[in-house]
Write a protein that binds this ligand. Structure first.
Ligand SMILES: Nc1ncnc2c1ncn2[C@@H]1O[C@H](COP(=O)(O)OP(=O)(O)OP(=O)(O)O)[C@@H](O)[C@H]1O
Length: 359
């Protein structure tokens, strides 16, 4: 199906479709991961890099490493080097570091000798004018000729092939690492947005705290995240299987290595405050939603973002809100794909143009 729904409504005579430029990229500048999508025929080449940069401690604008190399340094850097994330809770914290990340993303996405003409960057929907300008500025400084910044929610909806131009409404629930965007779209534009500044990172932090409290063992944040991905679930009425995994941490009693077994229920307890915040945000959106859009939202709500993969999310949202949401089958790349569609054809954002979605 086209991104605007009905393929038969294609009306090439409205305006001749401009030739898509080949050197365009869609970039999802995330708190944890930066995803790059490059249109390649009717598919995408996809690349990913950790959103981490290593800088000199006394000059945080001097970037020493970006991406995978910098990630290896997190928590292990020599005294004069620090590894940092340029984004916190979805918001750009350091322009110089975010620019370094974007330059690297563009290098990864282009072929040798190729210039990148157009990039589209997905940023959180509630980003301020200052943040939007900052993202545009770093795009231009990174060397793109033309930079467009769009809401991650809208980008995800386009990437997921939702019928965004329909008047009935669709909704995207984007649960990332640092934040969750709840976006209602109709007639090709955002009609409502609620951003909850909680996501998967907060679940990981809660797991670390909970393991310390229950077992007197300190575990690393990466171990907490791995445990969450392996056995995690969310409390819901459905009887989901409980599984467990072993993690080695440091005893807070005698400092010795100690093995602890964490199970799905512990992760669900750790996730519960974040789930409550997300449900609270959804309730606010539903409260504001006009009756004209409720049927579209009921039929077309998709959850995206890495944290949407937690088992039980679909069931819990249905338990509490009676909306039968779908979980995207490519939750971590759909924002970048949507941005790449817009980068290849910026008029994808205009409701009167019916475009065929690239899958
Ligand atoms: N299978 C999984 N189950 C649960 N959580 C997962 C899974 N895979 C990844 N995650 C979590 O998803 C989050 C990363 O998702 P994503 O890449 O969408 O975020 P991001 O775009 O970097 O963040 P943001 O949108 O907040 O800027 C992390 O918290 C990660 O632990």
């Amino acid at each position: 199906m086209g991104i605007f729904g009905k393929k038969e409504e294609v009306n090439e005579s409205i305006e001749p479709k401009k030739k898509a430029i080949s050197n365009s990229l869609g970039i999802d500048l995330g708190t944890l991961n930066t995803v790059i999508a490059k249109p390649a025929g009717d598919k995408f080449d996809l690349y990913q890099l950790p959103s981490v940069v290593a800088v000199k401690k006394n000059d945080e604008t001097s970037v020493l490493a970006v991406g995978e190399e910098a990630k290896m340094m997190l928590g292990r850097t020599p005294e004069d080097i620090i590894a940092l994330r340029p984004l916190r809770k979805g918001v750009i914290e350091s322009i110089a570091q975010a620019q370094a990340l974007l330059v690297k993303a563009m290098e990864i996405g282009k072929k040798e000798g190729e210039e990148i003409g157009r990039i589209v960057i997905g940023i959180p929907g509630d980003a301020s004018e200052v943040e939007r300008n900052a993202a545009e500025e770093i795009g231009r400084k990174a060397g793109a000729e033309y930079v467009l910044v769009i809401s991650e929610g809208l980008s995800a909806a386009i990437g997921a092939g939702l019928p965004i131009a329909e008047p009935n409404g669709t909704m995207v629930i984007d649960i990332g690492a640092g934040s969750t965007d709840l976006v209602v779209i109709s007639l090709g534009g955002i009609t409502d947005i609620e951003t909850v500044r909680w996501g998967g990172d907060d679940i990981d932090n809660n797991i670390v705290d909970m393991v310390k409290e229950r077992f007197n063992v300190e575990i690393g944040i990466h171990e907490a995240e791995n445990g969450k991905i392996k056995v995690g679930k969310i409390h819901c009425k459905a009887n989901l299987e409980t599984t467990s995994t072993d993690i080695i941490g440091k005893s807070t009693i005698d400092n010795k290595p100690k093995k602890v077994t964490i199970d799905s229920d512990l992760i669900a307890d750790a996730a519960e405050p974040i789930v409550k915040e997300i449900i609270g945000g959804l309730n606010l959106v539903l409260e504001r939603l006009s009756p004209e859009l409720i049927a579209g939202v009921y039929n077309n709500t998709v959850a995206v973002g890495g944290s949407s993969q937690l088992r039980g999310l679909r069931e819990r949202i249905c338990d509490e809100l009676e909306i039968p949401i779908q979980i995207s089958n490519d939750p971590m790349t759909v924002v970048a794909k949507g941005a790449a569609i817009v980068a290849a054809e910026p008029r994808a954002l205009e409701p009167e143009v019916r475009l065929k979605a690239m899958k």
